[in-house]
Structure formats: structure tokens, C-alpha cells
Design a protein around this ligand. Structure first.
Ligand SMILES: NC(=O)c1ccc[n+]([C@@H]2O[C@H](COP(=O)([O-])OP(=O)(O)OC[C@H]3O[C@@H](n4cnc5c(N)ncnc54)[C@H](O)[C@@H]3O)[C@@H](O)[C@H]2O)c1
Length: 178
């Protein structure tokens, strides 16, 4: 039987989550089309993607008080797991999965983790909760673990480490100068 061509359309593909997910998709052999109006991104993000993926890309491209923080690479892999299920299922319909770590992290814990990763003291100002802010929000991850065989690998230490690493090497984001 002929193998199905795997194609994915990534809206906001030049953004933070989009770029990471596109790279993972390409590595998995997907043909990827990006729709992004560059409202919150720059063409250099796509250039950087092309550089990271190599020539293969060109050929296939077209807060709460407590919340669930997830490493962007875990999020990208979770999307990939969902797409794999979609392609492996005959008649899946529309199913929603929560992609999170299932662990709640307070803002203060996050500040502390960032201070550790960066070796810098972060100034903070304690304010009252904003109207509408839920006290505690984190994902129920059982369904994704059982049905997608996916769970997050990284914790806040790795998230802060990798974010600091990127920010240190790209102090002005994608722009070479301020
Ligand atoms: N970053 C996180 O930790 C995180 C966690 C959970 C959920 N989310 C959600 O995921 C989504 C993406 O997050 P992100 O951090 O990648 O944001 P981002 O701003 O980096 O990426 C969004 C991309 O969409 C593009 N865009 C905006 N409006 C558009 C339009 N009308 N047509 C085409 N492109 C358009 C922007 O130019 C940008 O490149 C957001 O909805 C965000 O709330 C983000």
C-alpha cells in the first residue's frame, strides 16, 4: 500500500511554539506549510529555522498564581504525538488533549528557578491577585499519557536553563542589534 504523505499546516509557525514544532515535524518527515502574518514574529525566524533544519526544510516547507509551565520542546513533541495518532487512526474525529506537566508551579518558585539558572537576583513586587485570576491551574495529563503515549520530560529547571541559554545567546531576539 502506498505510504500516506504526511502534511501539516502550522498557523503562527514563525512564533515561539510554532518554530519549535515545525522543526520537530520536519525531522519526522512531514511536509510543513506555515501561515504567519508576522504580527509577533520576523522573517529571520524562518531563516533560522531553515538554517537549523538544513536543506531538507526548503524541500518540504511551504500567569495565574499557580500554573502549569511546560518546556517548549515537550509541547512540540506532544503535538507530534497527537499528529501521529491522527495519521495512525482510521476514524478519530475531533479529540482534545491537555498538554502539560500536571504539576503546579507558583510564580515565586518560577522566579527562584530563574534566579538559579541565570545566577542573577530578580527584583519582584508582590501585588494582590487580579480579578478573574484562578488560584491554581494545571493540566490533567492522564488522557494524553494513555492515548498518545506522551508525557512531559522536562521540569522548570530545564525550562529556565534553556530559556536563559537562548536569551544569553540572542540578547536582542532575532535582531543582531537593539
Ligand atoms: N508560550 C507558551 O508557553 C504557551 C503556553 C501555552 C499556550 N500558549 C499559546 O500558544 C499560542 C502560541 O504561543 P507562542 O508563544 O508561540 O506565541 P508567538 O506570539 O510567539 O507566536 C504566535 C505567532 O502567530 C502569528 N500570528 C498572530 N496573528 C496571526 C494571524 N492573524 N495570522 C497569522 N499569523 C498570526 C504571530 O506573528 C506569531 O509568529 C498562543 O495562543 C499562546 O497563548 C503559549
Amino acid at each position: 500500500m502506498a505510504k500516506k504523505t504526511k502534511s501539516a499546516l502550522v498557523t503562527g509557525g514563525a512564533g515561539f511554539i510554532g518554530t519549535h514544532t515545525v522543526l520537530q515535524l520536519l525531522k519526522e518527515g512531514f511536509h510543513v506549510s506555515i501561515i504567519d502574518n508576522l504580527d509577533n514574529s520576523v522573517p529571520e525566524a524562518i531563516d533560522r529555522l531553515r538554517h537549523l533544519a538544513g536543506p531538507v526544510l526548503s524541500s518540504r516547507l511551504q500567569f495565574f498564581l499557580i500554573r502549569d509551565y511546560i518546556h517548549v520542546m515537550d509541547l512540540a513533541d506532544g503535538h507530534l504525538a497527537a499528529l501521529k495518532k491522527l495519521f495512525d487512526s482510521e476514524d478519530i474525529g475531533c479529540v482534545a488533549y491537555n498538554l502539560g506537566t500536571g504539576r503546579g508551579t507558583s510564580v515565586l518558585e518560577m522566579v527562584s528557578a530563574f534566579e538559579k539558572a541565570s545566577g542573577k537576583k530578580i527584583p519582584i513586587e508582590l501585588c494582590p491577585r487580579r480579578p478573574g485570576d484562578a488560584t491554581e491551574v494545571y493540566a490533567s495529563i492522564e488522557k494524553a499519557r494513555k492515548e498518545l503515549d506522551w508525557s512531559a520530560k522536562y521540569g522548570i529547571e530545564e525550562m529556565c536553563r534553556d530559556q536563559w541559554n537562548w536569551a544569553s545567546k540572542n540578547p536582542y531576539g532575532y535582531c543582531p542589534q537593539p
